[in-house]
Design a protein around this ligand. Structure first.
Ligand code: NAI
Ligand code: MG
Length: 367
């Protein structure tokens, strides 16, 4: 059967960058014989404006039925005063929750042409290609008990609980080992087993999955604080990093700054395998709806285009075509094509969103 894709452009620059992804999808259909059944629907503020809810039940059902969902971005100042229950991000949270997307994949890849944009020295980051796998549906952001309670002496206590089950740890570990097999065959697991019970369990269960199911993949363990240091000191030592929700939140944001612009960063969130063996999957750029530049043709579509490349690799088993697309983006950067976010203060006139998309298509043509 033809693989299916649900496109949810969302708000702000979401629809602008998604227009460029559409060009890419059409190119793969026309030139590489890779056809998709593509559906498109509303999410976030756009869905609220049309239906009074940031994600309709129909859209949710559609998301459950396709092979992959590709989302632009949600939110914007027009929706900031809405009730919590209908805020744009609730649409995204509902997708993640109901699809049970427990593994958040955040690649940090530094294209040579952009190495000078990194917060670090060129030598440290040029050619960097690591993948952080963050557990997304459990841990301290969800654990019970939680709340602000009275301490019975006139004071208050803020409580959150870090809680991980064996199954929760094993399934995200499996996701990391599977990824490593398609990459550099190395996983580094990060926790704080020195001071946290959940860290001890985390280390034991990741080791268990390794020993029983993936003995051929190289596994190491690191305390997350030391990992943060190593990520900045010598990030190229890593291939796949797997860690919990809290540490992953921090480590993946830090890793993002190794690579330069928010406009370049893709992500994926994966869940359990469906009947066809493919994982439930949502792909989206890391950036938001960028209201400050929305509607001006300034947005960099690369993050969303690279998110589609991840879909090719992880949902559609076309790692070869994913690499072709990533190389095309790299070629365009090497040619000096730059959206405004990728330009130093005084450099020439920037490429527009559609210039960048067209350049990627031209590079694909030449590939
Ligand atoms: P943002 O990522 O939208 O923008 C931060 C800065 O980066 C802005 O100066 C923006 O112009 C720039 N930027 C972002 N993406 C870019 C791109 N592709 N090309 C060029 N420049 C780009 O984050 P911000 O400003 O904190 O949030 C804006 C809105 O987006 C808010 O409503 C927020 O809730 C929402 N948001 C949505 C996310 C999502 O849909 N997953 C994630 C983060 C924020
Ligand atoms: Mg974060």
């Amino acid at each position: 059967p033809t693989p299916s894709l649900l496109i949810l452009p969302g708000d702000g620059i979401g629809p602008e960058v998604m227009t460029e992804v559409r060009k890419v999808i059409d190119w793969f259909g026309a030139k590489r014989g890779l056809s998709f059944e593509v559906f498109e629907d509303l999410v976030g503020g756009a869905a609220y404006d049309a239906h009074g809810t940031p994600l309709t039940d129909e859209t949710m059902a559609k998301a459950q039925g396709v092979d992959a969902v590709l989302l632009g971005a949600v939110g914007g100042p027009a929706y900031d005063t809405l009730d919590f229950a209908v805020k744009p991000e609730r649409g995204l949270l509902r997708l993640r929750k109901e699809m049970d997307l427990f593994a958040n994949l955040r690649p940090a890849q530094c294209f040579d042409a952009l190495a000078d944009f990194s917060s670090l020295k060129r030598d440290v980051v040029a050619g960097l290609d690591i993948m952080i796998v963050r557990e997304l549906t459990s841990g301290i952001y969800f654990g019970e008990p939680r709340g602000i309670i009275d301490d019975n002496e006139g004071g208050r206590v803020g409580v959150n609980t870090q809680r991980y089950t064996t199954d929760e740890i094993r399934r995200v570990a499996r996701a990391a080992f599977e990824l490593a097999k398609k990459r550099g065959n190395r996983v580094c697991s990060m926790e704080k087993a020195n001071v946290m019970e959940s860290g001890i369990l985390w280390r034991e269960e990741v080791q268990w999955v390794h020993d029983n199911e993936y003995p051929e993949v190289e596994l190491s363990h690191m305390y997350a604080d030391a990992g943060a240091m190593q990520l900045v000191r010598a990030p190229k030592q890593f291939d796949v990093i797997v860690t919990d929700n809290l540490f992953g939140d921090l480590l993946s944001d830090a890793a993002a700054m190794l690579t330069g612009s928010l406009g370049m960063l893709p992500s994926a969130s994966l869940g359990a395998p469906m009947e066809n063996g493919r994982p439930k999957a949502l792909y989206e750029p890391v950036h938001g709806s960028a209201p400050d530049i929305a509607g001006q043709g300034k947005a960099n579509p690369s993050a969303c285009i690279l998110s589609f490349a991840m879909a090719l690799r992880y949902s559609f088993d076309r790692g070869d075509e994913a690499t072709r697309l990533e190389r095309a983006v790299e070629t365009v950067l090497a040619q000096g094509v730059r959206t405004a976010d990728l330009m130093q203060a005084e450099g020439g006139s920037p490429a527009s969103t559609s210039d960048m998309g067209d350049a990627v298509i031209a590079a694909l043509e030449a590939s």
